[in-house]
Design a protein around this ligand. Structure first.
Ligand SMILES: Cc1cc2nc3c(=O)[nH]c(=O)nc-3n(C[C@H](O)[C@H](O)[C@H](O)COP(=O)(O)OP(=O)(O)OC[C@H]3O[C@@H](n4cnc5c(N)ncnc54)[C@H](O)[C@@H]3O)c2cc1C
Length: 80
């Protein structure tokens, strides 16, 4: 493959994970675009288990075992 640049639409959980693996495994340069101006504030606990947990571990994102720390409020800024 000669083209090393890819455009990924969507910065949910799949888009950044794809960008990570295309870069790490295949040396590709990913540009990630997201149509939403900011993260959604609503939602539930992230349910990470099974294959998802294996992938997070391989990405170095696995949480240490032990008691769950209290949730932190996340804020975001927009470049628009
Ligand atoms: C009602 C509901 C409740 C859920 N509850 C839970 C839960 O409690 N815990 C849990 O772990 N999972 C939950 N899930 C599942 C979880 O939300 C999905 O598995 C996960 O979000 C899928 O991630 P994704 O990256 O594939 O897609 P998404 O999270 O949908 O991300 C896709 C992104 O792409 C963007 N996008 C789309 N089109 C374009 C475009 N043309 N250009 C640029 N950006 C674009 C969207 O704005 C979005 O940000 C729930 C799902 C639903 C529907």
């Amino acid at each position: 493959m000669t083209h090393r640049n890819v455009l990924i639409a969507g910065a949910g959980i799949a888009g950044p994970a794809l960008a990570h693996w295309l870069g790490r495994r295949h040396g590709m340069q990913a540009t990630l675009v997201e149509r939403a101006p900011a993260p959604r504030e609503g939602g539930q606990t992230v349910d990470l288990r099974g294959a998802g947990r294996d992938v997070a571990r391989k990405m170095g994102l696995d949480a240490p075992s032990g008691p769950t720390p209290p949730a932190k409020k996340v804020s975001a800024s927009s470049t628009q």
